[in-house]
Ligand binder design. Structure first.
Ligand SMILES: Nc1ncnc2c1ncn2[C@@H]1O[C@H](COP(=O)(O)OP(=O)(O)O)[C@@H](O)[C@H]1O
Ligand SMILES: [Mg+2]
Length: 345
């Protein structure tokens, strides 16, 4: 692996040109069959009509409580699961229309980094073997060059060269996550889907891995879909942020718009539940954190999914699902009450 950008990366677009959309999800739905009830099996919408785009070279955060459908969305984007309906397009190609072989080739360009670096690595393999595997499976590098490639990879992620001859259990959690990241960038992907990549790590180690992710993103023009429930980390790392609730997107905006002018009552509640270190800011926040729990109501799928917990909910919110609309350029929200002239504005 050289430190020059991989050849398939397009050069930066000329000024004024539209940035390239790398990932485009349109009305994506993923249903799962849940355990049998008295009435038989029932399907549950883990992802329920989600639309968003990720611009090449940007970092999009995906936040929301446990069970909101973040990981499922990540797997759909990676082509590891097929949507029940809707489309996932990567670099202009509809994943659903691709044959197995084409999809496998395309998957080189998108790699996962998951939460748990302990279970992500095969404990019986040396780091050299772990990092050689992608080159062998995808036959992208002649055998004789693989060792040198793996040496470059460990160097890129800040591990000593002798790491290659050791086994995963000899490393700390942070070092293991570096190995996972090295494996993810081996084939020079365009997209990395990071699913809670820091939540198993100590806070001091988290910031080191954040710095590493940032450095690699700049060096290789990577695009990240960064799934997290930690809004502090998302604020540090992401250019845009999407907020999910019970399988649906509630809001999507630039980082600054989302944190400074959140439009959705759910986003506001999430932000209010983040500990604030500045006492002045703490006082100015008259927002109440979120009470209750996200619960799918099996008896009805009408209305806004957040209405049961929303302090502003009105009759319309119970009757009709809010459409996904743009309230400012690049700022989308699914709320009847958000936008100029509305109580949530
Ligand atoms: N393979 C699966 N089979 C059945 N239900 C699933 C499966 N994967 C996820 N779910 C359900 O879908 C919902 C969303 O899950 P997930 O995407 O993991 O949410 P998150 O990552 O935001 O915590 C959850 O209710 C979960 O139990
Ligand atoms: Mg998850």
């Amino acid at each position: 692996m050289t430190s020059a950008p991989p050849p398939e990366l397009s050069p930066s677009p000329p000024a004024g040109a539209r940035p390239e959309v790398l990932v485009e999800c349109t009305e994506v739905v993923k249903t799962y069959q849940t355990a049998a009830s008295l009435l038989g099996r029932r399907s549950m919408r883990a992802v329920d009509g989600v639309s968003f785009t990720v611009t090449a070279g940007s970092v999009m955060g995906l936040v929301g409580e446990t069970g909101s459908g973040k990981s499922t969305t990540g797997r759909l984007v990676l082509g590891l699961e097929r949507p029940t309906s809707g489309r996932v397009v990567f670099a202009g190609q509809d994943l659903a229309s691709m044959s197995g072989g084409d999809l496998r080739r395309l998957r080189r360009q998108m790699q996962p980094v998951a939460q748990d670096p302990y279970s992500a690595l095969n404990g019986r393999m040396r780091v050299s073997e772990i990092l050689a595997e992608p080159f062998i499976v995808h036959r992208t590098v002649p055998k004789a060059q693989i060792r040198r490639q793996t040496e470059e990879l460990v160097d890129l992620v800040g591990l000593p060269a002798d790491s290659l001859d050791r086994y995963p259990h000899e490393f700390s959690g942070g070092q293991r996550q570096r190995i996972v990241i090295a494996r993810a960038i081996a084939l020079q992907p365009r997209l990395i889907v990071c699913d809670e990549p820091l939540s198993a790590l100590d806070v001091s180690v988290q910031s080191q891995i954040i710095n590493l992710l940032r450095r690699l993103q700049a060096e290789f023009s990577l695009t990240y879909l960064f799934i997290s429930h930690d809004l502090g980390i998302v604020r540090l790392l992401c250019d845009t942020v999407a907020v999910m609730y019970l399988g649906q997107l509630m809001e999507l905006a630039s980082r600054d718009a989302l944190f400074d002018a959140p439009a959705h009552p759910y986003t506001r509640a999430l932000l209010a539940s983040v500990p604030v270190s500045d006492p002045l800011e703490r006082r100015s926040r008259a927002r109440r954190p979120l009470g209750g729990e996200a619960e799918r109501d099996p008896t009805t799928s009408q209305g806004c999914p957040f209405q049961a917990r929303c302090p502003l909910a009105e009759e319309e919110c119970r009757q009709r699902r809010p459409e996904w609309r743009q309230v400012e350029p690049g700022h989308f929200v699914a709320c009847h009450l958000a936008g100029p002239g509305h109580p949530a504005a």
